[in-house]
Write a protein that binds this ligand. Structure first.
Ligand SMILES: Nc1ncnc2c1ncn2[C@@H]1O[C@H](COP(=O)(O)OP(=O)(O)O)[C@@H](O)[C@H]1O
Ligand SMILES: [Mg+2]
Length: 372
């Protein structure tokens, strides 16, 4: 799948952008603060996810304009599709989103159409940073191949918020401990389901990243990925998330009630789980060198793209925001060679020489595409 045309106006500093994209490589070149990441962000938004920079909706609209409009055409061998996305300052609650001319209620309804893999410099630290980033990574990956998973995640989050609120109230004597029952039961079923999905994805990730890491390290190092559950000792061959697994989860929640009340939040559950990368037997989080961590991040993103292709039979669109310049030439070559049959958008400050003059380069200045 590839994007054939992008039109953007009023999204942050972008103005009258109209790009006929190359099916293969697109380089977006410009100085700092000219709008390169904004362009990547607007494509990402059309994949149905929230801004990867956590921008607020109102900050997405140009300071001096009333609204933004994004229009993306993308196609595969079978058909051409169009996403229209606009938002006005007059009504920030009401995003106007259309897929092939049909209005959609929520941005998340776009999910699963224009599939993207985004890679930013912050991602390079995924194996070192906080578990939250790794959970977010796996949740995005898993929901790209299973749309319904996103709803379960947001239901779980809602229940977690309610339960934590209740824990604080119990702590100050405003509520009674029995009131936890109703939340714990729902949490157990949803949490068990999330564990099953994440575990299954981790197994796939382990296979693909293991293979890729073997290549990037020239067979010198072995990478293994594990899902670390705070609830289940073993997730292999388990799938009964409405029955046996939920009961086990419930028991753990009940047993930790007193600790939870003391802490004022829920101390066990999928919100505490982690994705562990182990290189040659050592946990990358504690022992990984900067180079190893970067390689892990690279293979994660490439694996994400490969798994998407395996599951959906569509190649995703790869968005590399400022990462190539962060990598040595060996790693640069590795990434580009592994995604050579996918469409990629690469942002950078300096012109990149494209091998065999493949692809297109666009120059961006002050939010506009310019000739150079
Ligand atoms: N809502 C907005 N309205 C106008 N300009 C904005 C808005 N949000 C961000 N910008 C501008 O966008 C520019 C940064 O764009 P960005 O895409 O991050 O640059 P880079 O080319 O370095 O990736 C800054 O000049 C910033 O002032
Ligand atoms: Mg940038």
């Amino acid at each position: 799948m590839f994007i054939s045309n992008i039109k953007i106006d009023g999204f942050k500093n972008l103005s009258n952008v109209n790009i006929e994209a190359d099916e293969n490589i697109n380089v977006i070149c410009g100085d700092n603060a000219q709008g390169k990441t904004n362009l990547i962000e607007s494509i990402w938004l059309c994949s149905g996810l929230r801004s990867f920079r956590n921008s607020k909706d109102k900050d997405l609209i140009n300071l001096n304009k009333q609204s933004f409009n994004i229009n993306i055409s993308f196609e595969n061998n079978f058909r051409k599709q169009i996403i229209e996305y606009s938002l006005s300052k007059l009504n920030l609650k009401d995003k106007h989103i259309k897929l092939n001319g049909v209005s959609l209620k929520n941005p998340s309804d776009l999910f699963g159409n224009l599939c993207c893999v985004v890679f930013t410099p912050e991602d390079l630290l995924i194996s070192k940073g906080s578990p939250e980033n790794r959970r977010k990574f796996i949740d995005i990956c898993a929901s790209q191949i299973k749309n319904s998973y996103r709803k379960v995640l947001s239901q779980y989050d809602e229940i977690l918020t309610q339960r934590n609120f209740l824990l604080k109230n119990i702590g100050i004597g405003k509520s009674s401990i029995e009131e936890l029952d109703v939340w714990d039961e729902q949490m157990s079923r949803l949490g068990s389901y999330i564990s099953v999905i994440r575990y299954a994805y981790t197994k796939k990730l382990n296979i693909f990243s293991g293979r890729l890491y073997n290549e990037i390290s020239q067979s010198k190092e072995k990478l293994e990925i594990f899902y670390e559950s705070s609830v289940f000792d073993n997730l292999e061959n388990r799938s009964d998330y409405n029955g046996e697994m939920a009961n086990e989860y419930l028991l753990k929640l009940k047993n930790s009630r007193h600790e939870d009340i003391k802490a004022g939040f829920t101390t066990i559950g999928v919100q505490r789980d982690d994705l562990i990368s182990v290189i040659n037997g050592l946990n990358c989080r504690e022992f990984g060198s900067q180079g190893q961590c970067r390689s892990v991040a690279l293979v994660f993103k490439i694996a994400q793209a490969y798994i998407l292709f395996e599951e959906t039979k569509e190649t995703p669109c790869i968005l590399l925001d400022d990462v190539l310049s962060e990598l040595d030439s060996k790693r640069q070559h590795f990434v580009l060679s592994r995604i050579s049959d996918m469409q990629v958008f690469i942002t950078c400050c300096e012109d990149i020489k494209l091998k065999g003059n493949k692809g297109k380069t666009f120059y961006i200045k002050d939010g506009k595409i310019i000739n150079r």
